[in-house]
Design a protein around this ligand. Structure first.
Ligand code: DAK
Length: 259
């Protein structure tokens, strides 16, 4: 992988989309490397949380690669959309939490990529938008669906129909990001959050992610059954025994073992 870098740091890892000369725009090669990255991280039991960011100081990801898309036929466009959608869905359903550390432009496919992550935090220099209708296309990597679910449908429609870019403070106000940091402090904040998550009981953290994601796609009765089953799955694990035992014995728990 040359277009996506992976650095392991104890029980969390940092992945960097690495095509800074094109503001990390998503061409086929970047998408394939992203797919490979997801496979590598999923296969590595030591990694309990992932931070995703963009190389350079200007961009998280400035969108799908416009040069590569410009000559697509209808059929090729649909295939390109499916390729991106399948990979973004794999990212969204990774067992471990993924934090998007948005260090600059997050436009089009870049905004959509961030919305496939569990948590979004950004630099004060970040810019968000779905500029697609200004280019003659629709958001094609899940933007019409995830933005409308994440913020209000009315605000999602306004952003998508107007193709207007917004700055970090507006993204915070509408709930697109959880927090804004001075650019120089963003990665430290993202890594601190990943480390905090990685220190909690991994089986429980993964169960929470699954419960929230699958529950949001179900009605409340089904969603509560999903929660009950995942709650049950945490019992009889070594980490549950240690976590509750430590509380009852009034001591700090030992590092969790992911067992
Ligand atoms: N694609 C390709 N190259 C890009 C790019 C992009 N999205 N964004 C930037 N670059 C390249 C520029 O061409 C330039 O390359 P060189 O000319 O140096 O070779 C280099 O990155 C630096 O960019 P600028 O010189 O433009 O830098 P500025 O600071 O002046 O401007 C900018 C930064 C982010 C405002 C500007 O680069 C910009 O407007 N970029 C395009 C942003 C954009 O419109 N993004 C959305 C792309 S559309 C679908 C599947 C997917 C999608 C839709 C449908 N289906 C198949 C249905 C997704 C669509 C999109 O994401």
């Amino acid at each position: 992988m040359t277009n996506v870098l992976l650095e392991k740091k104890g029980h969390y890892a940092v992945a960097t989309i690495n095509r800074p000369k094109a503001l990390n725009a998503l061409n086929s090669q970047v998408l394939e490397d992203l797919d490979e990255l997801i496979g590598l991280v999923n296969a590595d039991e030591e990694i309990r949380a992932l931070v995703l960011t963009g190389a350079g100081e200007k961009a998280f990801v400035a969108g799908a690669d416009i040069g590569e898309m410009s000559t697509l036929t209808k059929a090729e466009g649909e295939a390109f959309g499916k390729k991106g959608n399948d990979i973004f869905r794999k990212l969204e359903t990774m067992p471990i939490p993924v934090i998007a550390a948005i260090n600059g432009f997050a436009l089009g496919g870049g905004c959509e990529l961030s919305m496939s992550c569990d948590i979004r935090i950004c630099a004060d220099t970040a810019v968000f938008g779905q500029p697609e209708v200004g280019l003659g296309i629709t958001p094609g990597f899940g933007g019409t669906q995830r933005l409308a679910r994440l913020i209000s449908p009315g605000m999602a429609k306004q952003l998508i129909y107007t193709a207007r870019n917004i700055k970090a403070d507006e993204a915070l106000r509408i709930g697109l990001v959880n927090a804004i940091y001075p650019a120089a402090e963003l990665m430290a904040a993202a890594e601190k959050m990943a480390d905090t998550i990685a220190k909690n009981a991994p089986i429980a953290v993964r169960a929470c992610k699954k419960a929230i994601n699958e529950g949001l796609d179900a009605d409340m009765d089904e969603a509560l059954v999903i929660e009950e089953k995942l709650f049950g799955s945490c019992f009889e694990t070594a980490d549950q025994a240690e976590g509750m035992g430590a509380f009852l014995e009034k001591r700090k728990h030992e590092p969790y073992q992911n067992k």
